[in-house]
Structures are given as C-alpha cells and as structure tokens.
Design a binder for this molecule. Structure first.
Ligand SMILES: [Zn+2]
Length: 112
C-alpha cells in the first residue's frame, strides 16, 4: 500500500524534527493531484505512530486544490485529475499545482 510508506516517511521526518520531544499534532498539506489518498494516510497514521514520539498525536490534513492549464487554449482551471479535458476539447493539460505533499506544521508537547 502506497500510503503506508508515505505515512512512514512523514512520521520519520516529524520524529527527526522533534528531536526526542513528544509530538502533540501534525498538519499535512496534500494536493489533489499528488495521487495520495488523504483518508488512507489518516488510516495508516495511528498504526505507524504507535511506539514513536508521535503516538497519540492528532493529524490534520489540508487538501490543496489541483489546478491545470490547457496547452491548446491557455485556460486555467481547477481539476482533481489530469485525465480531464479542457472546455475547448483539448486533453493537453499541464499541472500548475496540486502535487504537494508537505508537513505544514507540527505541535510539540512542552518539555517536562
Ligand atoms: Zn483548452
């Protein structure tokens, strides 16, 4: 499962950044065109974080709208897939944004 390894990577990045401190919450940005299913990340999160500094941490996922530009007529529009067609009928689309998969922020517990 693709999202399981992605979630492992995210958890590793956050744990590294936390430098041994406990993590209370993590916010991710996931683009609609990234091919990543947010719900699957959320599902994997609890499993992957067990026994790590992120155990019990909350997870918030902000979805970023996909945007594409038509190479034929130059129109720009929101889309959740690059397999869409422009209103002009062309299928030659270039991704503008929506490919993001970022750790936007993390919240650490106060040091004891
Ligand atoms: Zn077009």
């Amino acid at each position: 499962m693709h999202e399981l390894s992605i979630t492992r990577n995210i958890v590793a990045i956050v744990e590294e950044a936390a430098k041994g401190r406990r993590v209370r919450g993590v916010t991710l940005e996931v683009g609609e065109l990234s091919g990543v299913v947010s719900e699957a990340i959320a599902f994997c999160f609890d499993v992957v974080t067990a026994g790590t500094a992120l155990e019990g941490a909350s997870l918030e996922i902000h979805k970023i709208e996909g945007r594409a530009r038509c190479e034929s007529c130059g129109a720009e529009f929101a889309t959740a897939t690059l397999f869409a067609a422009c209103a002009c009928g062309s299928g030659r689309l270039t991704r503008l944004h929506g490919e993001e998969l970022n750790v936007k922020s993390m919240e650490l517990m106060e040091a004891a």
